[in-house]
Ligand binder design. Sequence first.
Ligand SMILES: [Zn+2]
Length: 282
Amino acid sequence: MRSIPLLNVDATTVFDDVAAAKHLQRRRRMHDARTNVLAAYQEYIEAVPEVGGLAKAVLTDQQKEAMQHAFSVETAPMAALRQKLLKRTCVARCPFCGISESSTLDHYLPKEQYPEFSIFPNNLVPCCAVCNTRKRDRILDEDTNVRMFLHPCYDAIAVLEFLSVRTRVEADALVISYRLVQPEGMADLTFQHLSSHFKELDLADRYRRMGLEHLGGQYPALRRAYGVGQHAERVAEKLIEGAEDFEEISGVNYWLAKLYRALAANVDFCAGGFEAVRPQPV
Ligand SMILES: [Zn+2]
């Protein structure tokens, strides 16, 4: 969960370039839809981040098909846009989860329901395949009508601490459990967005699993800090230093920063309990 910048590109130019690269029929259909599509772009920009309830543009079925086709069946300008959106270092890691590599483009407003935003750069979010698959074509929660996912380009990710993790060493295993806590001063709606995003993308379990994997890689360094003198306090210091580095770069709610903080305060873990994360020989 983190913010990413919008790509600095002119959406109208993108539309015109992609339309010009299509074959005759679809080019004509895109031209016919142009006024309504560009008006929809404007409405999107005026509504962000609450775009979940936007009225759908009035397009014929053929125009809708042409808009979806413009994204799905690649032309040189669409390939160039995809490249530009994905190649930025700042989006290399998925903004929805903060775990995996961004390898796909998610339509924040799904192109099945909003074909007008199929090639709208502001609606295309670089993300990992896991998040893209889990998000599917959903926007609003059916019961609460609240947007289910944060828009990484428009939703301000709170600086208040909302992510919490508990750790315990139990029978030679490290148990990690992540959850969200509504901090004082955070609006209910903001917390609802966060909670839904967290739950629907299965972040508690994905953070737990990737946390254990990450700690396996840290095992030699933890053992070195502990040393023959069994310095639990050096292990804690090393973890705090790591947490501070993560916080400086990725904020206080970064899942690894939280994990390092929790482990630094876990006396059992620091006093040799870190053996639980030792990777098994292959
Ligand atoms: Zn992801």
